[in-house]
Design a protein. Structure first.
Length: 356
């Protein structure tokens, strides 16, 4: 397994490459061009510069997270073909600079959704949390509520400057069913996978987070059956999954070790996100430190199952707590993800040696 660390770029990330470089056994950066809007063809010069920065710091750049999907592709609008053409251009340019895996998601309107970015844990640290009672009601009611509130920290995706766009987007999704969204994903994959095959790039779709429908929007990457449907939409080793332990694990009905065994066994998992969380009732949860003892997920079982299944792809710690007074991007500070990387490396070494 190749231990990696997500980094948002020199301007967007308070964490420095030189700091990541000092983590033992972390040799891979999961990079992105943070400023590129969904639908853009990524400029080659910026890809080249990112690669150069990472290599100058003594690490490798082989995974990109994320190349975001334009809403017109998810909605199946006629204009999607132009955005798909741009996506293909981006794939070719990334391949030219040695990228092997692209992590992406197919969630309408929002990426991950949390109701609290500063949930306080008993040890005084903070982490991300989800409380279903705060996301009840229609999209219209949610928008009205968000407009009336003057929160210092609105829910991610519900920032005041985005609310008018949100209303338009929600209208566009009226009547779009799960079957429609799945068909639009299939159309996208059918268009891009031949290029991925030619260029040697694996696509790795990220699960919906949380893995349940929200605000009446369709969700199609929630559980084992969804993943099974996706890998068969276009039956190619380049059409793969990001196995996000935390996202899938938020639903107690998901048997994450069984999902690992099945899809790693099929060689469809190029990328793993490893994090822990504590589940509450009704789909509620808060995130925790990575250790098994901190949350509901047995991380030893996760790493041991990956080892037994022969997983040799990229893995990274996922969201971390904010500890030791660190400020910055919630979920993506240095300290707790650094601890997570070392804990995971310990489990990986122990499981590998036990299997020898
Ligand atoms: C990530 C996602 O921060 C996170 O939760 O796992 O934002 C992920 O990068 C995207 O969904 C992938 O497109
Ligand atoms: Mn994830």
């Amino acid at each position: 397994m190749k231990m990696s660390f997500r980094w948002f770029g020199e301007d967007a990330d308070p964490v420095k490459l030189q700091q990541i470089r000092q983590l033992p056994g972390v040799n891979q950066i999961v990079g992105t061009l943070f400023d590129q809007p969904a639908g853009a063809a990524w400029p080659e010069a910026e890809i080249a510069a990112l690669k150069q920065q990472v290599e100058a710091a003594g690490m490798k750049l082989e995974v990109i997270e994320s190349v975001n999907i334009h809403e017109d592709i998810k909605l199946g609008r006629p204009s999607r073909d132009q955005y798909i053409a741009n996506y293909i251009t981006t794939i070719k340019r990334l391949a030219k600079y040695g990228i092997k895996v692209i992590c992406y998601n197919f969630m309408p309107i929002f990426d991950w959704t949390r109701t609290d970015l500063f949930y306080r844990l008993p040890d005084g640290s903070t982490d991300l949390a989800f409380d279903h009672t705060q996301v009840q009601g229609s999209a219209q009611a949610m928008i009205a509520k968000a407009k009336a509130a003057h929160d210092e920290y609105p829910m991610p995706g519900w920032e005041p400057e985005r609310l008018d766009d949100l209303a338009t987007l929600f209208t566009a999704y009226e009547g779009v069913t799960e079957a429609d969204l799945a068909e639009n994903l299939r159309y996208f994959l059918a268009a891009i996978i031949p290029t991925c095959e030619a260029e040697g790039i694996k696509m790795a779709i990220h699960p919906d987070d949380p893995p349940q429908p929200l605000f009446g929007l369709p969700r199609i990457v929630k559980n084992r059956n969804d993943l099974d449907r996706i890998i068969h939409m276009v039956d190619s080793p380049m059409n793969g999954l990001t196995l996000c332990v935390g996202s899938l694990g938020e639903d107690p009905a998901n048997d994450v070790p069984a999902i690992i065994r099945e899809f790693v066994g099929l060689d469809r998992v190029p990328f793993v996100h490893a994090r822990n969380l504590k589940r509450g009732a009704n789909g509620d949860f808060h995130e925790t430190a990575h250790a098994s003892s901190a949350g509901s997920i047995d991380m030893y079982e996760i790493i041991n199952t990956l080892t037994e299944s022969g997983f040799d792809g990229y893995i990274r710690p996922d969201h971390g707590r904010m500890i030791w007074g660190e400020t910055g991007r919630a979920g993506y500070g240095l300290y707790d993800r650094a601890l997570g990387s070392q804990y995971l490396n310990g489990l990986i070494e122990a499981c590998a040696k036990a299997a020898e």
